[in-house]
Design a protein around this ligand. Structure first.
Ligand code: FUB
Length: 332
């Protein structure tokens, strides 16, 4: 091959590398996909089970999956929550219940009494689905939390317990895990209730943290339930606050902050969802078929804060990237 040809190939290679790293940069604009104006299911959209804390993801098979926690009926506070189910759809109206994917009895290191299978999340990397769930090891549940990991080659079946994340620090309120994978494939892990929120990079094996955990700075009135996602180069962190309603007690709202870095510092931006009829609030935001959606829970079927139901509404961004407040819809 002539020297000129080699030079030409080298230059083309450099240009290609530039293009690839450019499309991964946090500042890059996302490719617009056409918006499919799907008919909404009406809220709550699953009515035969009590479910809460929905984590929604779109996987490569083109389906939208929801990984909620499961409020068993009758409840005893949140103690008896157990037996995670997974749901999926292609149109928001018809939902498949894929059945139970994990129970406390499948967790070898879990507390003997079972229960306390609280808000989970799921991530996909290199052919494997990683299901993260908070669960205590002891009777003194709030001081013995761990974040367990179960893995599968399928998004809604075959999950096997693999152990738990080490090095996360103080187990008090070590709940509400959330995993965010950046455009360059770097995974980040977040967790935290009781007003404390921690973030850290994960190793590529998705089962070990990579570096020191650090508190997320700049959030206003953080309580629990972090959800991190990215839109047009900005990182967004949604969370439940400590809002109290006079005469009613806790009526948490969903707030958000943004950052140019997945581990902050964050800039508080506003409220996404005012209180539903539940004391807790916890949700996720996902883009499906060109449209953004907010998943969350309310208590509109049971009127009981421990028997919650999952809901979904469309979510819109303003031209400056801020999020327009979502007004929950009820019924069909
Ligand atoms: O569902 C149990 C707990 O209630 C979750 O971990 C919190 O986010 C709240 O929704």
């Amino acid at each position: 091959m002539s020297k000129t040809k080699i030079l030409m190939y080298l230059m083309a290679g450099v240009a290609l590398l530039g293009a690839v790293s450019c499309s991964c940069s946090p500042q890059s604009k996302e490719k617009e996909e056409p918006v499919e104006d799907l008919v909404m299911p009406g809220n709550p959209f699953i009515t035969d089970l009590f479910l809460a804390d929905p984590s929604a993801h779109v996987w490569a098979d083109g389906r939208l999956y929801v990984y909620p926690s499961h409020d068993n009926n009758p409840p005893r506070g949140c103690d008896l929550m157990d037996g995670y189910h997974v749901f999926s759809t292609t149109d928001m109206v018809n939902w498949t219940d894929h059945g139970e994917i994990l129970h406390s009895k499948d967790v070898p290191w879990g507390r003997e009494e079972g229960g306390f299978m609280w808000a989970p999340d799921c991530a996909f990397k290199d052919g494997t689905y990683y299901f993260y769930f908070p669960h205590p090891t002891g009777t003194d549940w709030n001081n013995t939390w761990k974040v367990g990991i179960a893995t599968s080659k399928n998004p809604a079946s075959g999950f096997q317990c693999q152990g738990y994340l080490e090095g996360l620090g103080d187990p008090f309120s070590m709940i509400d895990p959330c995993v965010f994978i950046d455009d360059d494939g770097t995974p980040y892990f977040y967790y935290g209730g009781g007003g404390r929120i921690i973030g850290v990079k994960l190793k590529d094996n998705m089962m070990e943290i990579d570096g020191e955990v650090k508190p997320m700075q700049g959030l206003k009135d953080y309580h629990e339930g972090p959800w991190i996602f990215k839109n047009n180069g900005k990182y967004y962190l949604m969370y439940a606050d400590n809002h109290q309603e006079p005469g009613l007690g806790g009526r948490n709202q969903l707030r958000y902050a943004w950052s140019d870095n997945p581990l902050g510092p964050w800039e508080y931006k506003g409220i996404i969802l005012k209180p539903t009829d539940c004391d807790t609030s916890h949700g996720s935001i996902v883009k499906y078929k060109g449209q953004w959606y907010l998943f969350y829970h309310n208590c509109s079927i049971s009127h009981n804060g421990c028997l919650r139901s999952i809901c979904v509404d469309k979510l819109f961004f303003e031209p400056d990237g801020t999020i327009r407040e979502v007004v929950q819809t009820l019924g069909k």
